[in-house]
Write a protein that binds this ligand. Structure first.
Ligand SMILES: C[S@@+](CC[C@H](N)C(=O)[O-])C[C@H]1O[C@@H](n2cnc3c(N)ncnc32)[C@H](O)[C@@H]1O
Length: 252
């Protein structure tokens, strides 16, 4: 029987192939495939001189884009492969950024109440201990600080993989396994946790965060940094949202 990989091992295997396949740009902060970028949505706003922490930073492209806009940036991801790629990319681009390899369920090297912004793009749906992660986000945010993150829209889980057909219940919950499009033949699977809108809202409130906005952007043909065919094809997203962005704040 084949040994099941831990999620960290799976992301380690995926990382180099994922980065090669997707060639994600560092010119702007992205939110997801075919989703308008931060310059277009202005959800985080001006970051010049601010402390920005990106959790689940992958290859570091958003962290680097924040640094290019004058932020003091730290990126955290538990995959050695992703962090190695992020450090090399920042070096190639001549950008100052700190990258830490660790789980975002425990951010202990990050000091209390120093971050102006905690940001995440399409990573938190893969995190099992999301309540621990949110407690850490609250701890590291200064009062009045912002928490902005994109995840897969909960309605997107209901769709069949390649068709406009509802295949599973919005209310089902739990998690499923999926293959990340990475060009890898062995195709390691990663777990993705299904949380309804109400669950995300409740988790943020229980952590002590105030929900400031919920953004469900209409897709764009280009400019998202990740133009996909198949699963995230534009025509599917014109009917059903694939990405949702939550904006929350740590009350002052
Ligand atoms: C789909 S990738 C997104 C990466 C990046 N934010 C981007 O938009 O390109 C999800 C990332 O979450 C990371 N990840 C998943 N669970 C994690 C955890 N518990 N702690 C830290 N990183 C995690 C994975 O290693 C992976 O790099």
């Amino acid at each position: 029987m084949r040994k099941r990989l831990t999620m960290r091992e799976a992301w380690n295997k995926i990382a180099p192939h994922y980065q090669k396949e997707h060639q994600i740009p560092t010119e702007f902060v992205h939110y997801g495939p075919h989703c308008p970028n931060e310059d277009q949505l202005q959800i985080v706003g001006d970051v010049k001189g601010k402390q920005v922490l990106e959790i689940g930073c992958g290859g570091g492209q958003c962290a680097i884009a924040f640094a290019k806009r004058g932020a003091v940036v730290t990126g955290v991801d538990f995959s050695d492969g992703q962090i190695k790629f992020a450090r090399e990319l920042a070096k190639r681009e001549g950008v100052e950024a700190t990258f830490l390899r660790r789980s975002i369920e425990n951010l202990s090297p990050i000091a209390d109440a120093r971050q102006d912004v905690v940001f995440s793009a399409r990573a938190l749906e893969f995190v099992k201990g999301i309540d621990r992660c949110f407690a850490e986000v609250v701890r590291v945010l200064r009062s009045g600080g912002l928490f902005v993150f994109s995840v897969e829209h909960p309605f997107w889980y209901c769709l069949a993989d390649d068709e406009m057909k509802i295949e599973s219940s919005y209310f089902e919950g739990g998690h499923s396994y999926l293959w990340i499009q990475s060009g890898l033949r062995s195709r390691p699977r990663v777990a993705e946790y299904h949380r309804t809108m109400g669950e995300w809202y409740g988790l943020l409130q229980e952590a002590g965060l105030e929900v400031l906005d919920i953004v469900e952007p209409e897709p764009v043909a280009s400019g998202s940094g990740q133009d996909w065919r198949g699963y995230y094809a534009l025509d599917r997203q014109q009917m059903v949202p694939a990405t949702i962005v939550w904006k929350a704040g740590r009350p002052a």
